[in-house]
Design a protein around this ligand. Structure first.
Ligand SMILES: [Zn+2]
Length: 276
């Protein structure tokens, strides 16, 4: 499941594959960008903000007006290709000539070619080319990024605390409070803290400890695609509660439960995470 760590890893893959490269071709397979041609554009850098990917590009002189329908100008030559993975998106980097085997071809939304690598974006969401100066319009609403260089636990706690009556399960997923936690880390953090997912934010005994643990869990999975919160990378042993409905709690043996909470499902141990 793409959460902050997956997006961070993806940004690094694109950075290694494309940073500094001049693109030799592009192929956008989404209507809003179909006429766009990034041939000759240079990739400055690839980075992530929460679950958003930002591929920063420099256009050759005169290119923006030709390359994009709107806005025709403004933003100078620095542009950002924004994408969001949501539940099912992915970027892959291939060597030139390598078969694009990661996903079915009909899921391809964009192809970026460079002399050393081909980057293919599958089932991307919110794909947009905007002036870099306007990045904030897409990511400015986000809370502190758990994997950002500017991670600020105090600010995350402040933002969470501003919604005292919201359930902690929903508040942790709200990217305006802190950016990067998805459903897996939400479930796991709450289990490890012994907090019931339906508890209101005001009733969570140690919010600083909760956000700090979330940051540590995500950071531990940087640089690898397998997501584990238990320390084990063995199949079936990578989580405490997430994806383990009806299986025994690793701590107390009680059957793990799964129920809807807001727009998402949540997993929890009714014994280790009792409602107060
Ligand atoms: Zn338990």
């Amino acid at each position: 499941m793409p959460e902050g760590d997956t997006v961070w890893n993806t940004a690094r893959v694109l950075q290694r594959a494309l940073a500094g490269a001049r693109l030799t071709g592009s192929d956008f397979r989404v209507p809003q960008l179909a006429p766009t041609d990034l041939t000759g554009w240079t990739v400055r850098e690839s980075t992530s903000r929460g679950k958003h990917l930002l591929l920063r590009l420099t256009a050759p002189p005169g290119a923006p007006a030709r390359a994009t329908a709107a806005p025709p100008d403004g933003g100078g030559r620095d542009w950002t290709l924004h994408s969001h993975l949501r539940m099912d998106g992915a970027w892959r980097a291939y060597a030139p000539g390598e078969r694009w085997a990661a996903r079915p071809a009909h899921l391809i939304r964009v192809v970026l070619r460079s002399p050393g690598a081909v980057a293919v974006g599958y089932h991307l969401h919110e794909l947009a080319l905007i002036p870099t100066a306007e990045e904030e319009s897409l990511v400015g609403h986000l809370g502190p990024d758990l994997l950002g260089t500017d991670w600020d636990p105090d600010e995350a706690v402040r933002r969470l605390s501003a919604h005292p009556d919201e359930t902690i399960g929903e508040a942790l997923l709200d990217q305006r409070n802190l950016a990067g936690v998805g459903n897996l880390y939400k479930c796991e953090v709450l289990f490890l803290r012994g907090v019931n997912p339906w508890a209101p934010v005001r009733a969570v005994p140690d919010l600083p400890g909760t956000v700090t643990l979330a940051q540590r869990l995500l950071a531990a999975n940087r640089g690898r695609w397998a997501q584990s919160t238990t320390g084990s990378l063995h199949r079936g042993q990578t989580s405490y509660v997430y994806g383990r409905r009806a299986q025994p709690c690793r701590r107390c043996g009680t059957a793990i439960r799964k129920e809807e909470l807001g727009e998402r499902v949540t997993y929890w141990c009714p014994a280790c995470q009792p409602a107060r």
